[in-house]
Ligand binder design. Structure first.
Ligand code: DGL
Length: 272
């Protein structure tokens, strides 16, 4: 059954936003999710270090699990490594940058587009480049909010103090001419309700999860023929913390969680 699964990966809970969106379009297809809290935050890493961290995950999902497609549900990995990873594997790899930018241009006909992301994503300038290619001359303002990403991963983001912090930054972006913001980090997409509430009177919030899932559907139009709706999760790092976070945010899909320590072990001894 696992060989027809859709693989989805992120450093932590952020990519679960993409799991939800993919599940909506593929109600009966197994999903295998990989979370890597051991190496969180990806957004503070350099490209070379990140590649060494991510490549074994992709190997595991592609060769060990045998996924038919892999969604890189992480803005940082999509920004820094996607083309390199795509060249190395024969299954399709989908990232969030291109789908999110296309969606943003539909919802933001004029004015600047804001991108909220990790430091590594902002440094890479991936969203800016794609938007420039799709609609040259569109102003883009990218901001890194690493401290808030950490609060989301820890589940401590829902306080009044954080709401005030976020609202002030959103107002400042609006004053700078931003007329729509892209959740360029899936940790923000995971709490898109939080952002929608705080920016309702300012601008639309572009959540990459749905557009990313639509891209998967374009590549795998027949995947709805799968017969299992399982969600299997592998966690490299603190499994209890991951489960706490999932419960804390009331993630609605049941899942079977396994702790993951060694790629070779899983491939050699078989998958659960
Ligand atoms: N969810 C990851 C992203 O979309 C970021 C979190 C991290 O820094 O690990 O970029």
């Amino acid at each position: 059954m696992k060989e027809s699964a859709i693989g989805i990966m992120d450093s932590g809970i952020g990519g679960l936003s993409v799991v939800l969106a993919v599940r909506e379009l593929f109600p009966s297809c197994p999903i295998v999710y990989f979370a890597d809290p051991l190496h969180f935050p990806y957004g503070e890493k350099e490209e070379r270090e990140l590649f060494a961290i991510v490549q074994p995950i992709v190997d595991f999902l592609v060769y060990g699990v045998g996924v038919q497609i892999l969604v890189v549900a992480c803005g940082t990995v999509s920004s820094l490594l996607l083309p390199r990873l795509q060249r190395g594997y024969s299954v399709p790899l989908v990232g969030i940058v291109e789908p999110a930018c296309r969606e943003a241009l539909v919802h933001v006909p004029e004015g600047a587009i804001g991108v909220l992301a990790t430091r590594a994503t902002v440094r890479a300038g991936s969203f800016r480049r794609v938007i420039e290619r799709l609609r040259p001359g569109t102003p883009v303002i990218e901001e890194a909010w690493p401290e808030f990403i950490e609060a989301v991963e820890k589940g401590t983001c829902n306080t009044l103090a954080w709401k005030v912090w976020v609202r002030e930054r959103l107002e400042r972006l609006h004053e700078q001419g931003v007329r729509g913001i892209i959740m360029g980090c899936t940790h923000f997409a995971f709490i898109s309700d939080f952002f929608e509430e705080l920016s309702r009177d300012l601008f639309p919030v572009i959540n990459p999860a749905a557009s990313c899932a639509r891209e998967v559907a374009q590549i795998l139009p027949r995947a709805e023929l799968c017969a299992s709706s399982s969600l299997t999760v592998f966690v490299r790092g603190n499994q209890e913390h991951f489960i706490d976070a999932v419960q804390n945010f009331r993630f609605p899909l049941p899942m079977e969680v396994h702790s993951f320590s060694d790629v070779r072990g899983w491939v050699a001894y078989g998958l659960p």
